[in-house]
Design a protein around this ligand. Structure first.
Ligand SMILES: NC(=O)c1ccc[n+]([C@@H]2O[C@H](COP(=O)([O-])OP(=O)(O)OC[C@H]3O[C@@H](n4cnc5c(N)ncnc54)[C@H](OP(=O)(O)O)[C@@H]3O)[C@@H](O)[C@H]2O)c1
Length: 229
């Protein structure tokens, strides 16, 4: 499969490593341009590209950049890209540590719904609740007891099935977590977040999540607005 990855940091870098190992062709981009990705390309065999090329090179395109930078992406990023291309959002909103205030999310929009709106495309939410290091190292063959499971949220069952299959290839069980508007159940601060549960544990954790955003996951009063506002 051809996989575009926008963002080459902790998550984007490790997904590049794993997907290349698995035999997929990765086209990876960051904010500083393809030349700055020479080391990752040499290490993995991935093709460094511009952000626009990454969006146009994949059967699946994974957007994995800080939430506050989503609105810096080109407005027409996915213009002309086939609706069959699956767009994945790995993002988390960290208002106090990194992102500042994003009004839409503070006003109650589910994080991935906000990202989808910014990108002008449906997204599948995945990989947001596992540490990058575990994504790289903790994959196990199907059937391994207590294999780590990852929730996958989204409104399009075909798109979710593509992502669930990739997750299995990476060495994790995928759990269908329902539609995108239910994906608050896997946001930061929920029971499933960074917990490395198996499939049964993920289902239990999703069911027991509470929708209220905890104070530590809200912007502080007076905190700087992200550029989107
Ligand atoms: N770290 C984790 O364990 C983890 C786990 C699950 C989910 N997440 C979430 O996944 C997302 C990515 O996290 P991360 O830890 O991988 O971030 P990171 O290590 O800080 O890397 C961010 C990447 O995004 C790129 N980037 C930033 N702005 C961009 C833009 N406008 N256009 C293109 N590329 C841009 C950066 O490129 P440059 O370096 O060239 O600026 C960098 O390659 C975040 O929302 C995070 O909360 C992280």
């Amino acid at each position: 499969m051809n996989i575009g990855i926008i963002g080459a940091g902790n998550i984007g870098g490790n997904l590049t490593r794993r997907f290349q190992e698995l035999g997929h062709r990765v086209f990876v981009a960051n904010s500083r341009g393809p030349e700055s990705l020479a080391a990752l390309a040499a290490e993995t065999g991935a093709t460094p590209v511009s952000v626009q090329e990454a969006a146009r090179s994949g059967d699946v395109v994974i957007v994995t950049i800080p939430e506050k930078n989503i609105s810096d992406l080109p407005r027409d990023l996915f213009a002309g890209v086939s609706d069959n291309v699956v767009v994945v959002d790995t993002g988390n909103y960290y208002p106090q540590q990194r992102d500042g205030r994003i009004a839409g999310i503070e006003d109650g929009m589910v994080e991935s719904r906000w990202v989808s709106q910014q990108l002008g495309r449906p997204v599948v939410k995945a990989f947001n609740n596992i540490y990058a290091a575990h994504l790289l190292k903790s994959g196990r063959p199907a059937g391994t007891p207590r294999r780590i499971a990852l929730p996958v949220g989204g409104d399009d069952d075909r798109a979710k099935s593509v992502v669930l299959k990739l997750i299995d290839e990476l060495g994790f069980d995928g759990v269908d977590a329902g539609g995108l508007d239910d994906s608050w159940r896997q946001q930061p601060g929920t029971p499933v977040y960074a917990a490395d549960f198996d499939a049964e544990g993920v289902r239990r954790a999703l069911a027991s999540a509470s929708k209220e955003r905890k104070p530590e996951w809200r912007a502080k009063s007076g905190s700087k607005a992200a550029k989107t506002d």
